[in-house]
Design a protein around this ligand. Structure first.
Ligand code: G1P
Length: 289
């Protein structure tokens, strides 16, 4: 299954990274030398996406600028003969990929953010990537794994990983009858349950391949006790009418919405970086106990 459209909910304020995110969107913070959002976009492109839908808010203009042409910069790099850097900047987005920006005017939850994208998503199935969840993929990007599984079952797929039971209150948590070859049909899903009420320790991380039907369900999803419309609640309805599978993806997940996860991602990706990886690794080994 090629995923034509991918939605990136990026309207969040990023308060956990203040003061860094006072003027810079948190999605523009770099992990080594690429902004977080670019990792997400590269994953979408790997899955075949041709339409990228960014659900933004105020103060997020830098994201649109990043994926636009930078005329002055490109002209200057060309003039100075900096061919390699020029290509780096020019190739952020390949030709034929369309970016669409829609605004989420109020922070009414992830489900509401996804619903804001409804007018521009025409496909039977579409992807969602939460850029905070960086998934490092030795073999194939997480969204590609979801697309492959989606093609096999002809249905929706959400990515899950095991977390410590104490962490269930930070995630959507799924109930699955059993797993065969890393996947299982979803029986239930709840948003941020207390460990005592959690149906399992399988947490949703930010990759979804969802059927168009989700929009209709989101329209009738009531806000939860925090006043937010949750995608989790709409998925709980979707699985009653269509097949939805949970897939334990292969790859390492970093929660870049937290400082700890962001640092872990920086170290892990920094150590493998083509230019500075070897030197950074040597320094880490020599300087850290
Ligand atoms: C959102 C979803 C949650 C999911 C998580 C993954 O929560 O609502 O179900 O497990 O993303 O990162 P948030 O982290 O935005 O509170």
């Amino acid at each position: 299954m090629r995923i034509n459209t991918v939605v990136f909910p990026v309207a969040g304020l990023g308060t956990r990274f203040l003061p860094a995110t006072k003027v810079i969107p948190k999605e523009m913070l770099p992990v080594v030398d690429k902004p977080l959002i670019q990792y997400a976009v590269e994953e979408a492109l790997a899955a075949g996406a041709k339409k990228l839908v960014f659900v933004t808010g105020r103060t997020k203009a830098a994201i649109a600028d990043h994926f636009d042409m930078a005329y002055e910069l490109e002209t200057e790099l060309e003039k100075r003969g900096k061919q390699e850097l020029l290509e780096l900047v020019e190739n952020i987005l390949p030709d034929g990929v369309e970016c669409v920006y829609v605004r989420q005017r109020q922070a009414l939850g992830l489900g509401h953010a996804v619903l804001c994208a409804a007018p521009v998503v025409d496909d039977d199935f579409f992807g969602i990537i939460l850029p905070d969840d960086l998934i490092d993929h030795p073999a194939s990007p997480a969204l590609v794994q979801l697309a492959e599984h989606g093609a096999r079952i002809g249905g929706s797929v959400i990515s899950v990983r095991e977390v410590a039971m104490e962490q269930t209150a930070s995630y959507g948590v799924v109930e699955v009858d059993g797993f065969e070859d890393r996947s299982g049909r979803l029986q239930g899903i709840v948003e941020k349950p207390d460990p005592a009420d959690a149906p399992s320790n399988l947490a949703v991380v930010g990759r979804y391949l969802l059927s168009q039907r989700i929009f209709e369900l989101l329209r009738s999803t009531r806000p939860d006790h925090r006043g937010e419309i949750q995608i989790t609640d709409a998925i709980a309805e979707l699985l009653r009418v269509e097949r939805v599978d949970a897939l334990r993806f292969v790859g390492r997940h970093y929660d870049c919405g937290s400082k700890l996860g962001f640092l872990q991602a920086t170290v892990a990706l920094g150590r493998r970086h083509a230019e500075v990886g070897a030197a950074f690794d040597a320094w880490l080994q020599a300087e850290t106990p």
